[in-house]
Design a protein around this ligand. Sequence first.
Ligand SMILES: Nc1ncnc2c1ncn2[C@@H]1O[C@H](COP(=O)(O)OP(=O)(O)OP(=O)(O)O)[C@@H](O)[C@H]1O
Ligand SMILES: [Mg+2]
Length: 249
Amino acid sequence: MDQPSINNIVLEVSGLKKSFGDFHILSGANLELREKENIVILGHSGTGKSVLFKCIVRLIEPDAGDINVLGENILALKDEKLTELRIKIGYVFQGGALYDSMSVRDNLEFPLKHTKGPGRSQAELNELVEEALSNVGLIKSIDKMPSELSGGMMKRIGLARTLIQKPNILLYDEPTTGLDPVTSGEISELILKVQEDYNTSSLIISHDIKCIEITANQVRVLKEGKFEAGGTLDEMKHHEDPFVNSFFK
Ligand SMILES: Nc1ncnc2c1ncn2[C@@H]1O[C@H](COP(=O)(O)OP(=O)(O)OP(=O)(O)O)[C@@H](O)[C@H]1O
Ligand SMILES: [Mg+2]
């Protein structure tokens, strides 16, 4: 991926700390994400990558630090203001996080009906659902149930359900884990296409080298609760710290 020119910062995490009991998970993490940038986050299992995402959308409350989203301090917001800002952050969960008992169509309509926003007619809802499904190449699956979908399809539908809210920032938690290399490549290309079509910026937690090669403008390595190193994929591959370049061996 090419490097974007210097764009505005859309997400800034500073001095973020989070502990669970005696376990210090994040211990002063700093990160900046700019418009149209895709940053891949690397780190060993259990280092706090998913905790970081959950703090950003406030599914988990951090102990200290600041998180600025699109110019607003998300940690200071409450109620409606918090909901409004959260809608601008699309969280793509690892397994797609679909409701098993609902069809694909109902899964996609759900966030539109249950978050505050303009009251929409059924015709408008249909249009939004169909547009999001077309954008991930799965319009034919609109009436399927999640149990009828493959892992790759579920990830696409999970992405469509996030896109329907037209977020500015996307958080992808291991978008290609568990997929075969071909499907993983397709999902990675889809992440790029989404960035172009929707003008989003993304944080992507991934260890999949193909996904990183396709999507990353920048790579950041989380170690012992902080971002230790950062740069382009090429810089990270040749980094002097063996811990950093070990991710690429
Ligand atoms: N709600 C919670 N309560 C207590 N401990 C938690 C909670 N959420 C996460 N943890 C702990 O925080 C640590 C970091 O978890 P996290 O899920 O962020 O890891 P990760 O870097 O995403 O790992 P993986 O690559 O395996 O997904 C783990 O030790 C986990 O057990
Ligand atoms: Mg995780």
